[in-house]
Design a protein around this ligand. Structure first.
Ligand code: URP
Ligand code: ZN
Ligand code: ZN
Ligand code: ZN
Length: 461
């Protein structure tokens, strides 16, 4: 099967240029001067459109157990929604429960995801039980192509790791060349603020945000960076939300340390004001770290320009409002943490291009190329080039759309961006050569997506 994508502007992280793209089977066969190829089994007209490498969302939580419930997208529904939005690879977090082994956890996630994904997928491991066995198992995970390990400085009693445990895991990461990913919030201090708020009767959703101040994200980020410096481990700060944390990352990068960070669309477009909405509406916006005062957004956009923020992932972790978020009525600490977003990352970031916050090529870099290089998928993913997987998005920069739960494809009963008008829309999507989105319809199938074994991070010095 040969597909010719004709007449578009190919946009890679290095820039955009007029070219036709010839796909043969699952891979890109040629990127050629317009008009050079004429024969193909299928021709897609991309005139006036961008031809982009498929998006890579390096931070999702499908079917994730949390607070007695489970995130509402399955691997099937979540990866289908991802495809609709031009994301053709997700990296999901396999969650080690305390007292269980890392390898059994990985098997469990393979069982959940295998045969169900509409686009390609990989895993990071969440390490919640640091002991001699777990540390040894990290070596086997790396050998199996899962070489990134998330740890938590938040959520005492659940995922929380002590500084000593983090240090030991970082030493193992250094030894194996793998990456430590950090949820950097000082959970011990936060839990005191939460208990005080609840005792005072401050139980509304906004208090989730007020009890997790940015100073405690900045402090934990700084501490994680110093632990990484002592051990020599590479460090990737996940879901960075505040200028306080960004300052710590920037300072570390200025010294040449292997420290990287991602932010998420919710921190670029929403604010603590959303968590303070009337009634219990604010629960829709409860995630950790929390949404910040809107002035942090300017710093995050700047961080994206200066590369102190290298990646934008969604932290997609949807919980339905009607039967899941309501678990926290009268007690914000019981609201399941997380927001839906896997479908709209590419579109939301495109608004950054429209507004002049980032360039066209930077949009591609932060949403596809850098995640590919960061997590050992490049050049198989993250670039439109001969030999790369034919994960391709045909994007119409002039189309408009209005985000709504009534029209999105994520399995969740609300949109965090309800009514938001966007410029730009996905026109067609190929996943390894298979046309999965075209003419406003999904043509893929759950089970098409393959598990990706990953190489080590390609940015390490
Ligand atoms: O609130 C969030 N971010 N939920 C997902 C779990 C995590 O910490 O990434
Ligand atoms: Zn986290
Ligand atoms: Zn997360
Ligand atoms: Zn297929």
């Amino acid at each position: 099967m040969r597909t010719l994508i004709r007449g578009g502007t190919v946009v890679n992280s290095g820039g955009g240029f007029a070219a036709d793209v010839l796909v043969d089977g699952e891979t890109i066969a040629a990127v050629a001067a317009p008009g050079l190829f004429t024969e193909a089994d299928r021709v897609i007209d991309a005139a006036g459109k961008y031809v982009l490498p498929g998006g890579i969302d390096a931070h999702t939580h499908m079917e994730m157990p949390f607070g007695g419930t489970s995130s509402s997208d399955t691997f099937g529904t979540g990866t289908t929604a991802a495809a609709w939005g031009g994301t053709t690879t997700i990296i999901d977090f396999a969650v080690q429960a305390k007292g269980t082994s890392l390898l059994a956890t990985m098997d469990k996630w393979h069982e959940k995801a295998g045969g169900h994904c509409a686009v390609d997928y990989s895993f990071h491991m969440i390490v919640s039980d640091v002991n001699d066995t777990t540390l040894k198992e990290m070596e086997s995970c790396v050998a199996a192509g899962v070489n990134s390990f998330k740890m938590f400085m938040a959520y005492p009693g659940v995922f929380y790791a002590t500084d000593g445990e983090i240090l030991r895991a970082m030493q193992k990461a250094r030894e194996t060349g793998s990456m430590i990913m950090m949820h950097a919030e000082n959970g011990i201090a936060i839990d005191q603020l939460v208990a005080q708020a609840l005792a005072d009767g401050r139980t509304d959703p906004v208090h989730h945000g007020l009890t997790r101040p940015p100073e405690l994200e900045g402090e934990a980020t700084h501490r994680a960076i110093k632990l990484a410096a002592v051990t020599g481990a590479p460090l990737y700060i996940v879901h960075l939300s505040s200028r306080h944390a960004l300052e710590a990352v920037t300072a570390a990068r200025d010294t040449g340390q292997n420290v990287f960070a991602e932010t998420c669309p919710q921190y670029l477009f929403l604010s603590i004001e959303d968590m303070a909405r009337e009634g219990f509406e604010g629960a829709k916006f409860v995630c950790s770290p929390p949404l910040r005062p809107a002035d942090h957004q300017l710093d995050l956009w700047r961080g994206l320009r200066t590369n102190d923020l290298s990646v934008v992932s969604t932290d997609h972790c949807p919980f339905c409002f009607k039967d899941q978020k309501v678990l926290g009525l009268g007690d914000f600490s019981k609201i399941p943490n997380g927001m839906p977003g896997v479908e709209h990352r590419m579109d939301l970031l495109h608004q950054g291009v429209v507004r002049g916050e980032i360039s066209l090529s930077r949009w591609v870099e932060i949403s596809s190329t850098t995640p590919a290089r960061m997590f050992g998928l490049y050049p198989r993913k993250g670039v439109i080039a001969p030999g790369s997987d034919a994960d391709i998005v045909v994007y119409d920069p002039a189309a408009t759309q209005v985000l709504s739960a009534a029209t999105h494809h994520m399995n969740v009963d609300y949109s965090a961006y309800e009514g938001m008008e966007l410029v730009g829309k996905v026109d067609a999507v190929l996943s390894r050569g298979a046309l999965v989105i075209a003419d406003g319809a999904f043509h893929g199938h759950e089970g098409h997506g393959k598990f990706l074994e990953r190489d080590l991070c390609q940015y390490l010095r």
